[in-house]
Design a binder for this molecule. Structure first.
Ligand SMILES: Nc1ncnc2c1ncn2[C@@H]1O[C@H](COP(=O)(O)OP(=O)(O)OP(=O)(O)O)[C@@H](O)[C@H]1O
Ligand SMILES: O=P(O)(O)OC[C@H]1O[C@H](OP(=O)(O)OP(=O)(O)O)[C@H](O)[C@@H]1O
Ligand SMILES: O=C(O)c1cccnc1
Length: 489
């Protein structure tokens, strides 16, 4: 019979191959060799022009609790591949690496390091899977949310996705990511409770079905709630739903706050215009029209083009499941490792696909903005101790098509990777969710509109410094020469 264990840690929330590699490193004396790994994605999601980074808070929590519990160890022992002395080594394992990361809510792009893990090789290896798991999903949803926000302008935006999310974790952390990306409130009361997001909601068709008619249902709701939004499309929106909502609002007057009505089906452009007329004629020009039903940024844009009179948007399924692109492809690649003499050597992963060739070395990403208007010029990736703030002029060139280049002067350079853990100790004070949301909005504002349009945005420049580029080319040449020499032997 298979023995089952309590779920008392996230440490085994990793791929088996990470633990297998840890065992090899440890047995071969490589466990404590210093390595550097970086997280980045090669392609922006949804063909968007930018992404919104999210997930750091959960990464911090995961790292702070990273130790093998007795149940983890007993399980590893039971499955048999791991000898007792290795299990003993894991029992004493303590995370000692340094982590640098961009902060949550940061506007980020493809092919730039988002998280950097530097420290003992075993530590770096163990955390790959969980970090990617967290960051890939949360960044994807924050980015989708930013797209929906951009389609809505300043309209209120409610997150309704929990029932369709990929289970509890996705609903919860997806809601948080959606809030970072620009949503105003959520229907998920637990997410609201633990993250401090405003909770919001109307009522379902079931209420109307329970009372068997619109009037009785709205009246019952109004007798038990001060703030009222009535769902008007259960039977006949324009002939029964809206007239009965108006009737109840008139009869109860000041006893309730008649906030508006929600529609959840039909031609929402046509219906919303007719509803607006009915509400205005009845003397409720401030009552809002809420809409939901498989909405996303495309439908919202289209409804706005049709002049739909919708004020408040409820978005669920297509947001929380990232319906049109269900995965972000961030990867975790080794960029440097100590050799047997303790010298840190930059490493590369070569591919015939130019996009898949990694960029060696410990890097920093700098956001370059013009001093005059604060607008973005591009991101500039340096290695070692390069500091563009000391330069008067920056030569920025496309890392593949080097003939695309420019000299930038009169600029500010802001380093994006910040210290989060130093030798295993947390050195970063986590901001509040409100601060993260505000930060994201502020920085998105400094991005040119060309990078923000939802259709065919311009490619944002993510360039390598000359030193970083030369280093990459040198290492590619060295690897090629070494392979050729081996083949000749
Ligand atoms: N005027 C419109 N222009 C473009 N899309 C619209 C318009 N009105 C509604 N939609 C969208 O079209 C889709 C309509 O889907 P569908 O026909 O399944 O809904 P429905 O039949 O009205 O309601 P239900 O969800 O109960 O089936 C939804 O995604 C909705 O958001
Ligand atoms: O459409 P979403 O963006 O996911 O928003 C959430 C949906 O959840 C509710 O529907 P419900 O589960 O009652 O089913 P329905 O499709 O029949 O309305 C609500 O009425 C929305 O339609
Ligand atoms: O409050 C609502 O209207 C709501 C909540 C969840 C899903 N659909 C609608």
């Amino acid at each position: 019979m298979v023995k089952l264990y309590p779920d008392d840690s996230y440490t085994l929330h990793t791929d088996a191959y990470q633990i297998n590699m840890m065992q090899t490193y440890w047995r071969q004396g490589l466990a404590d060799r210093k390595a550097i790994f970086e997280v980045y994605f090669r392609k922006l999601p949804f063909q968007n022009g930018y992404a919104i980074f999210a997930g750091l808070e959960r990464v911090v929590d995961y790292i702070q609790n990273l130790r093998f519990t007795e149940h983890d160890l007993a399980y590893l022992k039971e499955i048999g591949d791991y000898p007792d002395d290795f299990i003993e080594y894991l029992r004493n394992f303590k995370f000692k690496a340094t982590i640098r990361s961009v902060v949550e809510g940061e506007v980020v792009f493809n092919n730039e390091p988002l998280i950097q893990v530097e420290g003992p090789l075993v530590d770096c290896q163990l955390v790959e899977t969980a970090i990617l798991n967290i960051v890939n999903y949360q960044t994807l949803i924050a980015t989708k949310a930013a797209r929906v926000r951009s389609a809505c302008g300043d309209d209120a935006l409610l997150e309704f996705g929990t029932r369709r999310a990929q289970e509890f974790d996705a609903a919860l952390w997806g809601t948080r990511a959606a809030y970072i990306g620009g949503f105003d409130a959520t229907s998920n009361v637990r997410a609201a409770k633990i993250f401090g997001i405003p909770a919001s909601g109307t009522h379902a068709h079931a209420l109307v079905q329970a009372y068997r008619n619109d009037y009785d249902a709205f009246m019952a709701y109004a007798k038990t709630h001060k703030d009222c939004v009535f769902l008007v499309d259960t039977y006949d929106t324009l002939r029964s739903g809206v007239p009965n909502a108006i009737k109840v609002a008139k009869e109860l007057g000041d006893q309730i706050n008649f906030l508006g009505v929600r529609i959840d089906s039909g031609d929402m452009a046509y219906i919303s215009k007719r509803i607006r007329e009915q509400l205005d004629e009845a003397g409720f020009p401030d009552a809002k029209i809420y809409a939901s039903n498989d909405l996303d940024e495309k439908t919202i844009t289209n409804l706005k083009m049709q002049g739909a009179k919708i004020d408040i948007w409820g978005v669920g399924t297509k947001l929380i499941t990232a319906y049109d692109q269900p995965a972000l492809g961030a990867v975790y690649k080794m960029v440097a490792i100590e050799d047997e003499n303790g010298v840190l050597e930059d490493t590369i992963k070569i591919s015939s696909n130019a996009e898949k060739v990694s960029t060696p070395g410990r890097k920093q990403v700098w956001r370059i903005t013009k001093k005059t208007d604060g607008k973005s010029e591009g991101d500039y990736i340096t290695i070692g101790d390069e500091d563009p703030r000391k330069e008067k002029s920056l030569y920025m060139f496309h890392p593949q098509y080097t003939y695309i280049n420019k000299d930038v002067t009169d600029f500010n350079a802001r380093p994006l990777l910040r210290d989060i853990f130093k030798d295993g100790e947390l050195v970063y004070e986590l901001p509040t969710l409100e601060e993260i949301k505000e930060y994201s909005k502020l920085h998105l504002d400094s991005l040119w509109e060309e990078y923000k349009r939802d259709l065919n945005p311009q490619d944002y420049p993510v360039d390598l410094s000359q030193k970083c580029y030369d280093n990459k080319m040198k290492i590619i040449k060295e690897v090629r020469e070494s392979i050729n020499q081996k083949l000749e032997k």
